[in-house]
Ligand binder design. Sequence first.
Ligand code: NIG
Ligand code: FE
Length: 422
Amino acid sequence: MPRWDELWLDTHLATMAPGGTAYGAITDGALAVQGERIAWVGRRADLPDAPDQLASRVTALAGAWLTPGLVDCHTHLVFGGHRAAEFQRRLQGESYESIARQGGGILSTVDATRAASEDQLTTTATARLATLHAEGVTTVEIKSGYGLDLDTELKMLRAARRVADRFPGTVRTTFLGAHAIPREYQGSADDYVESVCRQMLPAVIEAGLAEAVDVFCERIAFTPAQTATVFEAARAAALAVKLHADQLSDSNGAALAARYGALSADHLEYASVEGIQAMAEAGTTAVLLPAASYFTHADRFPPIARFRSAGVPMALATDCNPGSAPATSLVLMLNLACTLFRMTPEEALAGVTRHAARALGLSDRGTLEIGQRADLAVWAIDEPAELSYWIGANPCIGVICGGQRVLTRPASDGATDRPGPV
Ligand code: NIG
Ligand code: FE
């Protein structure tokens, strides 16, 4: 009687399990799935019996690589409209920050998101997620933050939940009511923070619409003191916190995130040495967003070497949003992280698997190890560094979520003699 539902053979595994070979790689490996979980991982030669004695279904992958399903741990996938006009203004020399100060930027997307119906928000976000999914993404985080009033924040989060209902993978939602000061509260930001804490957050919790709380701590958004007020409210409700920190200036955001035991501090171009040390001590993950650095012509990149030497785990995400990062390719982020930030291809892949899962507080995914969720991506590549190497290609040929095959597609990397679809 076979023990496993499915056994994948004729494959190489980038397990991303820490501490072993580069990428936790196992060449000529095998991986077994039972139910939603990984039941066995190892070298094919070490299988305890003949494959068809071990599993009900045996699939040979013609030499393709298996990785954990990718995790996009920071997105703003739900939003109305776009900001192509603002992009052109920035190309003429205006900065992201000065456009925001003039009432454009995030607030223009707030107008478009308030005007959009929940159906429209659901449809557009579903399409964006489908693009990510075709590149092996099986878990995605979606933030609110373009409503900035109770009704629209709830509408965004409900849309995110509806996107989740249509997605075979996992969606985690984050309440980002403190993303910008809405027009109605210009000059009275503290009152808005009070409304975020006393009115919006309780309603979001009551409706069960968020797993975490995020804040944009920046000189064009919320001060460290206002951020701490929101974090206190989140803590009282036992919700995890995350922080948009030190993107445009050193606002002491990294240290603040660490002080509240944040799952992650994100952006971090201006993170200080002390902030990085505090993150290391608190176990806070650094979420790096190369599309935002690239697209806003950031005047500096995050201090990768310092995160590395302090032992801060580095995750990578698209930050998909209409202002600073209209990016729907997590695989492209691997390339940008290597070329712009000088991360290694192995660090980049850990950044969208093991470390990204950690940035969401999910310990059941991000590596190919026994007992982990069987979320897998299948790649037509010869070696894992290719995932960071191609620019704009999609070598993903299959996606498995919770043990189920949910996507099969041809590779599109321009290379020949690749294995066919799963
Ligand atoms: O992560 N930095 C703040 N929030 C978003 C950008 C939002 C926008 O410009 O619409 C970010 O980059
Ligand atoms: Fe963001």
